[in-house]
Design a protein around this ligand. Structure first.
Ligand SMILES: NC(=O)c1ccc[n+]([C@@H]2O[C@H](COP(=O)([O-])OP(=O)(O)OC[C@H]3O[C@@H](n4cnc5c(N)ncnc54)[C@H](OP(=O)(O)O)[C@@H]3O)[C@@H](O)[C@H]2O)c1
Length: 247
């Protein structure tokens, strides 16, 4: 599958892993829709960076959890850049960290609905455009926490595990239509989402990682691009964790 000349939508691409994926896709010649929610300036700065480098990009605001907004975004991208052939489900759905006995059901429910709703709405809005192109490739960003628990991460683990199941179900259904669906499962990655983690904990994580460092957004982007182009791989989850734990 060629990235050059393709049209990609990356959800949550104003910062972090999504911004790295959008940058990498544009560098390979894809036209990229940079979805954002609150970080309008960062999204527009990224679009400017891509266009100055000779690429094509468009910033589109939409809450990935909201079906109407996602459908409108997909229509805008099609009108401005052409039918979407690549979808990266990356938007980071927030959640409070707390132990199970204190966890408010409302927060647990919001995380599950947000994570799975964003995946469902994104795919429902984009798959018809992929069918028009006679094929496409979807990568969802899950997490190592889908399979390896951590204290306070119950809602996140459950939501990301659900997302992995969704990826396999869609891979099974959409494969005969020429659409591949895979997941990338990062370990601890240095983005705004992990700035609150103390340096000593990051250093300890690096020490226990065979590749002896923390992950970077660019590491995840490389893996996403690899899966997008791996023409006979579907339904797979690729860990990006420096060998930090074995799947
Ligand atoms: N960092 C890690 O250690 C790590 C590890 C495993 C998995 N992941 C996963 O990797 C993905 C990206 O995480 P990150 O670390 O790059 O996060 P980040 O740096 O905090 O960036 C989050 C991005 O998601 C966007 N976003 C949040 N809610 C959104 C919504 N409802 N609709 C659309 N966009 C939304 C933000 O947009 P605005 O700023 O415009 O609001 C921002 O661009 C997430 O799915 C996360 O679960 C991260």
């Amino acid at each position: 599958m060629s990235l050059t000349g393709n049209v990609a939508l990356v959800t949550g691409a104003s910062r972090g892993i999504g911004a790295a994926v959008a940058t990498a896709l544009a560098a390979q010649g894809a036209a990229v829709a940079v979805n954002y929610l609150g970080s309008e300036e960062a999204a527009h700065d990224l679009v400017l960076k891509i266009t100055v480098a000779g690429g094509r990009a468009l910033a589109v605001r939409a809450d990935a959890r909201d079906r109407t907004q996602v459908e409108a975004m997909a229509a805008t991208v099609k009108a401005e850049l052409g039918p979407i052939g690549i979808l990266v489900l990356n938007a980071s759905i927030g959640f409070p960290m707390a132990g199970f006995l204190e966890y408010p059901w409302e927060a647990f429910e919001a995380k599950l609905l947000g994570e799975l709703g964003a995946a469902f709405h994104g795919c429902r809005a984009v798959v018809p455009q992929m069918l028009e192109r006679k094929g496409g490739s979807i990568v969802a960003i899950t997490s190592g926490l889908a399979r390896n628990p951590g204290w306070g991460f119950g809602a996140h683990s459950a939501a990301k595990a659900g997302l992995e199941g969704f990826v396999r179900a869609l891979a099974f259904e959409l494969g005969p239509m020429g659409i591949r669906v895979n997941a990338v499962a990062p370990g601890l990655t240095l983005t705004d989402a992990t700035v609150h983690i103390a340096e000593k904990h990051k250093a300890a994580a690096a020490e226990h990682t065979p590749l002896r460092r923390n992950g970077r957004a660019e590491d995840v982007a490389q893996a996403v691009l690899g899966l997008l182009q791996a023409g006979f791989v579907t339904g797979a989850t690729l860990p990006v964790n420096g060998g930090g734990y074995v799947f």
